[in-house]
Ligand binder design. Structure first.
Ligand code: ACO
Length: 448
């Protein structure tokens, strides 16, 4: 099979949200800390009737329906998530209900978990399957679904929630350039979830930022080396039209893109202009560690990168800024934003993708885009996702109500024997929701 990649996409996120400036006031932090300091506009979250399983059910059903795919045509289903609902039973098996009802139980794949990286692992598994000798001609389906919630404190405004589904097959408008991808994996305690009684992670914020940037440098270096070996010419940022990042919060994305600009200067890439060399050249003598801590370098590189950031990164920041960190779904929600903003004009473009999951696992890979034919075309994907409408029809929560909800969810986490309010007034028709967790911890869902 040729040009294996993403044929179709759908995104779902809860219609419940809170504005970051409202949260700033409520938390009593200085004005602009979340909106400018973190670069976030708004944060989505699951109300007590939604969770990663209901979002997965909603996004898969919607994708199959809107692209006219028969559930029997799916041969592999992979889920990426770091939200633990059960230590044994995979989220994938919950989603099997959709396929069983159509008589299809011959579907490989289970869940992949490593912080925000699980969706990328799931995606690679599906792409590799279609490219392999065990492929049976049917489609692969990838689901990234997460609810990111943090304890009260500085990390709380970096939460978020959402799910992305991607249909995988040959002759895709979004094709993988599989030969060039490069990974960086190592052991770190930057963000982890050792307390099984709590949904909240243990996080070393500063360390997680440095780990992210170090992994980015390492992946970019590896990507360039592989490209140069195979293509016989230098790779630089000028060779890609767009850059999409895993987005814990927008400020880190701004810093990441600036870091790549600095990397090109340090590598002496021929595409770097004189003015960038002049402004950033002085920092190339900094040792690795110093260069991650240097505020002067951070400031200078962000300034040099600004025009390119606006062109090459900003179109992929809409949903992450509006929703917050969706963990495994974050990078694919960023990519969905790019398709939403640029759709057909992406024909012929290369998009660089950087996926990061704490702990840590990271990969840089690239996608080659072409308009394609409906229903599997960039313009149709943008139409189906209908992102503007989904963003516009959300309901804002007051901060008191949000905190109350967080407390209820803390109490319910890992619990049994409760029924939800079944209040679906916020949900769009077709949305799945949680109705009950019975005395044997079995979960029940209904569709609005
Ligand atoms: N106006 C403008 N900017 C402000 C203001 C203000 N009033 N107040 C603060 N800021 C800026 C700070 O200068 C800082 O900017 P900088 O990063 O350029 O230095 C930024 O806002 C954040 O403020 P800090 O005080 O440095 O950090 P804080 O203690 O608020 O924590 C953090 C931020 C570490 C991101 C925290 O929210 C966190 O731990 N989040 C979860 C971890 C995370 O997402 N890590 C990313 C990779 S791992 C993953 O994906 C989960």
């Amino acid at each position: 099979p040729q040009n294996v990649g993403i044929l179709a996409m759908e995104i779902y996120f809860p219609p419940t949200c809170i504005q970051q400036d409202t949260l700033e006031n409520f938390d009593g932090v200085s004005k602009g800390k979340y909106t400018i300091g973190l670069g976030q506009d708004c944060m989505g979250f699951c109300s007590e009737v939604e969770d990663v399983i209901s979002m997965g059910l909603t996004v898969v059903t919607s994708l199959l329906e809107k692209y006219g795919i028969d559930a029997k045509q799916i041969g592999r289903l992979e889920v990426g998530s770091e939200t633990v609902i059960d230590k044994s039973k995979s989220i994938k098996t919950f989603l099997m209900k959709i396929f069983e009802d159509c008589g299809n139980t011959d579907i490989e794949g289970v869940d992949s978990t490593n912080a925000c990286y699980g969706g990328t692992a799931a995606l690679f598994n599906c792409v590799n399957w279609v490219e392999s000798s065990s492929w049976d001609g049917r489609y692969g389906l990838v689901v990234s679904t997460d609810s990111a919630v943090y304890a009260e404190g500085p990390a709380r405004p970096t939460g978020g929630a959402g799910a992305v589904a991607m249909l995988i097959g040959p002759d895709a408008p979004i094709a993988f350039e599989s030969k060039f991808r490069a990974s960086h994996m190592s052991h770190a305690y930057d963000f982890y979830k050792p307390d099984l009684a709590s949904e909240y992670p243990v996080v070393d914020g500063k360390l997680s930022q440095t780990c992210y940037l170090m992994a980015l440098d390492s992946c970019y270096k590896g990507y360039c080396q592989k490209y140069e070996k195979l293509q016989g010419k230098q790779f630089s940022m000028a060779d890609a039209e767009y850059f999409v990042f895993h987005s814990p919060y927008n400020k880190l994305v701004q810093k990441s893109f600036a870091r790549l600009v600095f990397d090109d200067v340090a590598r002496n890439a021929s595409s770097v202009d004189e003015s960038a060399k002049e402004k950033l050249g002085q920092f190339t003598s900094l040792k690795g560690d110093e260069s991650y801590q240097s505020r002067d370098l951070e400031k200078a590189s962000q300034q040099v990168a600004k025009p390119d950031y606006d062109r090459k990164v900003q179109p992929g920041t809409l949903i992450p800024k509006q929703l917050g960190n969706m963990y495994t779904a974050s990078i694919y929600a960023a990519f969905a934003s790019l398709i939403h903003n640029k759709n057909s004009s992406l024909d012929g473009n290369r998009v660089m993708m950087f996926s990061y999951g704490s702990g840590l696992s990271a990969t840089m890979f690239s996608l080659s885009l072409s308009e394609g034919k409906a229903p599997f075309s960039l313009s149709n994907i943008a139409k189906v996702m209908n992102i503007e409408h989904k963003l516009k029809t959300r309901t804002e929560f007051a901060p008191e109500k949000f905190v109350e909800l967080m407390q209820l969810m803390e109490h319910r986490y890992g619990g049994k024997d409760y029924v939800t309010s079944k209040d679906t007034s916020h949900l769009a028709p077709g949305t799945y929701y949680l109705t009950e967790v019975d005395s044997k911890y079995r979960r029940f869902y209904a569709k609005k």
